[in-house]
Design a protein around this ligand. Structure first.
Ligand code: C5P
Length: 239
């Protein structure tokens, strides 16, 4: 059984808690009172605060996407996933580039004795990789969207639950891998907001139209003068 029944069964906004400490994160989340946003913990916070931050946020009732993007030999990833599974995260991820053998090993490691497991999604190609670096550095002489779809299909064939991709690719991923295959998409900005360092951005409403299941939103919420109001606005536009 996959631990997705409590994901709410529909689309949602995941708040990227890109903070440098547990204190800063808990202080930020305290502003939400009794509300419990779905949160993303990335490498910075995890490496600074340790696995306990996942347990703490779960104990407070948050759903947690643990964004650590594993990529290593299958046996190492399997054993690391076994540890992450015990933390109670709702979604974890890895790089599809690790191959099908690594993704299958990851699923094995994540599956608990009772058969339950967190959702497992794959990064296809990072949005920081462009066509030129794909060809000249990674030596993949194919159009980026073809590579993204091929990696998504490989992830689906390995039994994964979805991918992290651009909202602009969400429709193609669903066409290739099925409507139930999750698309979790960063690169979201309000129509009247700052882009920051994100290049290809869409609004929450556009991401919904394009078929994103979950949008990952950081600075438009965390750096807003009123993060709670920004979160409500984002949910309203996306749902
Ligand atoms: O602040 P912002 O909304 O740009 O945050 C987006 C979040 O999604 C960050 O945590 C970033 O690391 C993550 N992310 C991304 N693009 C990817 C994968 C992850 O922006 N391709």
């Amino acid at each position: 059984m996959i631990d997705n029944l409590h994901l709410g069964g529909g689309r949602d906004v995941i708040v990227a808690c890109d903070f440098a400490s547990a204190e800063e994160t808990l202080g930020f989340l305290a502003r939400f009172g009794d509300e419990r946003p779905f949160v993303k913990i990335g490498m910075e916070l995890y490496y600074a605060a340790g696995p306990d931050i996942v347990r703490q946020l779960k104990a407070r009732g948050h759903r947690v996407f643990l964004d650590l993007k594993l990529h290593d030999i299958p046996n190492t990833v399997k054993k690391a996933m076994r540890v992450l599974s015990g933390l109670g995260a709702d979604i974890v991820n890895l790089h599809a580039a690790g191959t099908r053998a690594m993704m299958e090993a990851a699923l094995e490691g994540l599956t608990r004795q009772d058969g339950s497991r967190p959702l497992l999604i794959a990064v296809t190609q990072l949005t920081s990789t462009d066509q030129e670096s794909l060809e000249k550095e990674l030596l993949i002489p194919r159009p980026m969207d073809e590579v993204v779809i091929a990696y998504a299909k490989n992830a689906a064939a390995a039994g994964l639950d979805g991918v992290v991709c651009s909202p602009l690719e969400a429709g193609k991923v669903h066409q290739a891998c099925g409507a139930g295959f999750l698309t979790v998409t960063p690169g979201v900005r309000f129509a009247d907001g700052e882009k920051g360092d994100q290049k290809r951005v869409t609004t929450p409403g556009k991401a919904r139209e394009l078929g994103s299941d979950f949008i990952v939103v950081g600075r438009p919420i965390t750096a807003a003068p009123d993060p709670v109001a920004a979160w409500h606005r984002c949910k309203g536009e996306f749902q």
